[in-house]
Design a protein around this ligand. Sequence first.
Ligand code: UDX
Ligand code: UDX
Length: 433
Amino acid sequence: MKLAIIGTGYVGLITGACFAEFGYETICIDKDEKRVNELNNSKCPFFEPGIEDLLNKHLNKTKLLSFSSSLSNSISNADIIFITVGTPSKRIEGEADLSYVWNVADEISKNINKYCVIVTKSTVPVGTTREVQNIISKKIHEENFDIVSNPEFLREGSAINDFTRPDRVVIGCENKKSEEIMRELYKPLNLIDTQIVVTSIETSEIIKYASNSFLATKISFINQVANLCEKVGADIQDVAQGMGIDKRIGAKFLDAGPGYGGSCFPKDVKAFINTADKNDIDLSILSAVDKFNDGRVVEITNKIISKSNLKKGDSIALLGLSFKPNTDDIRDSTSLKIAKTLNDMNIKIQSYDPVAMKNAKEENPFLVLCSNAYEACNNAKVIIIGTEWNEFRALDFKKINKKKNKLYIFDLRNIYSPKELKELGFDYFGTGK
Ligand code: UDX
Ligand code: UDX
């Protein structure tokens, strides 16, 4: 089975490298020639644990993996073609921008010359896969291709594990022929009894949006309950634990924080709301989730300013710039939203992140980059733990010299307990505690 993957972002690159790991000859295509050259030298354009070893293994040892910037030369003998280009939010009303998908679908239709399965793997609104079929059938007879929806559920920072050990594989298809081909493709996962959900194309597209939207709902819910806990003196982590033991609720995605960020939840929630609006369906729960999350980082920033009486000219330490640990992705990073607001107040942002400083500085030149957490804390009036990197979990607070007798710590991810830091003389503020 020969595979072609179009678009080498998080979804495309991980998909290609992991299918090579499954033993398939896989070519990954990207219009960005610089990116293709880097990839052919096993250099990944983003930080993802384990990806460069996987690229190196399948580029140089098994030679199952290759990269090209020419779509026309690369897909003609593919049995399955995956569309994994970005589907960013449009400015207006959060609608997904599908121009890349349409463009790729048109290019595919000009370059296939044998039966193949064409798969939408990027997160695409319901109806997109059907539209891809319409575009391709303008040039290719419907007998000579099938379309499939096969959404991806990987998380950045654990992408390889999520792809190779998924909870489930979702396949939306419309005939036995394409179903059998997709089952054959994912056969290596039978070894670990992965559940394969086969359904209609529209159902598959909705499963993806509904899953991301539900996870985002859990986060906005626990963040609102966290505000109540602060008011009444309860502890949100204990609340989440007490809730999560109930298997119907589940313990995951109940960590209170500054709100969800990243390249998926914010855009996918807005796109799903847009789909509901277009179909005149009430999905107002999700509008509340989205609206609260947009305001969450503002309320957290205001709390930091008011509780520490931050003023123009003060210095703060910002630990963690990426939107989550184990990635250098800063898309919709809550840490950087906080940094921008404080910078507008002429506050000096001494910042440190294990891997995301380069990306963060490019977009936010005002950041003062430090070589470690302790340097960032030097002479700071406030320490903000913005992203829960493991290396922030055991800071030696005695090494942090307190310029004045007051040093405020805002632990946005509840890494520490109030007791231990108050005993060290810090003014500690958790989230929901
Ligand atoms: C992915 C999925 O596309 C998105 O639906 C999901 O919600 C998040 O993960 P990502 O992999 O991060 O997005 O995509 P992105 O980082 O935007 O990279 C897409 C790649 O496709 C880029 O390298 C771009 O150069 C390439 N591309 C885009 C093409 O090769 N051809 C095109 O026509 C458009
Ligand atoms: C998400 C989905 O988890 C994944 O299945 C989908 O394919 C892509 O989108 P990702 O965006 O990489 O993955 O990161 P995730 O770990 O889900 O975190 C998303 C955001 O939610 C981050 O900003 C994170 O800080 C936040 N979050 C997550 C919380 O605030 N609390 C939690 O309990 C979990």
